[in-house]
Design a protein around this ligand. Sequence first.
Ligand code: ACO
Length: 324
Amino acid sequence: MTIRSVIRGVGHYLPERIVENAEFEESLDTTDEWIRTRSGIERRHIAAEGQTTSDLAVNASAAALKDAGMSVDDLDAVIVATSTPDLTFPSVATMVQHKLGMKRGFGFDVQAVCAGFVFALTNANALILSGQAKRVLVIGAETFSRIMDWSDRSTCVLFGDGAGAVILEASDGDGSSDDRGILSADLNSDGQYLDMLYVDGGVSSTGTSGKLRMQGNPLFRQAVGKLASTAHHALEKAGLGADDVDWIVPHQANIRIIQGTAKKMGVSMDRVVVTVQDHGNTSAASIPLALSVGRDKGQIKPGDLLVTEAIGGGLAWGSVVLRW
Ligand code: ACO
């Protein structure tokens, strides 16, 4: 008998306000056409004034709990992947616990930028496999709109706000790749790439929260190779190959990165969940958002083999292979 961490529920939340590409034409030297053709993005959701990352996370969590038929009393732990916390501390996870009325267990945040959800899911799996927790709420939630330089056309048109959540539960498997749940993971980071994507402020440097800075083109070139490689390694660890994959659920940064990675992996685009056109890049929220939307649209079905892959600031990148 092998313990497996199985996804019992999934949910998401997107702020009400939708900003179409055309809206940027009023304030920036850009066009809907440039944004669509270079990134695949058509619109994004932006949080309302006063609406924080923990608010988005709580709404996504409530949907995931409902989907799982569970209450907060069933949870042992909460992990939030985010780079845009409400406050420097405490963690968004403890705020989510409080807002959900969760009086037991523990919570903490994981910061691996756009790869955050993959890192959080892997940590949640480790807690379950080590017997520290039986049920873990894993959330990706971001308000990247708050760290945009709205005068920088090369970044502000690419990002959006949102949250997605899953509930992982310990379950018995037989140790084979036919088991439901998380089958393998591959995590990587390399700090030499800091300049490619960072926020130019912080508690111990400037005392401000700063704005996002990105060298889009060099990052693009790093992304496809590293994403295909991490997905390959994770599949290999599970004793599986690209032919076994029902769905790639990638980080949604740019449709050309998503297409390039799928091509390199040898998986056709009709087996890729794509939401980037409607959400933009929501950083750590993008994979759980895509899982939730993909499930709701009837793409992801019980028993399907999924590969998630993501890369973000650090650089940090990784992949989780799981059976839905
Ligand atoms: N509208 C019009 N023109 C623009 C805009 C805009 N919004 N933004 C940049 N340009 C211009 C540039 O100034 C440049 O002009 P120049 O040639 O006169 O200097 C030109 O468009 C081409 O710029 P490139 O950066 O070479 O364009 P590219 O094809 O690389 O596309 C993009 C840019 C979309 C940013 C792409 O490089 C990309 O997606 N990179 C990866 C970014 C990414 O994935 N980041 C997230 C990963 S990690 C995370 O999710 C946090």
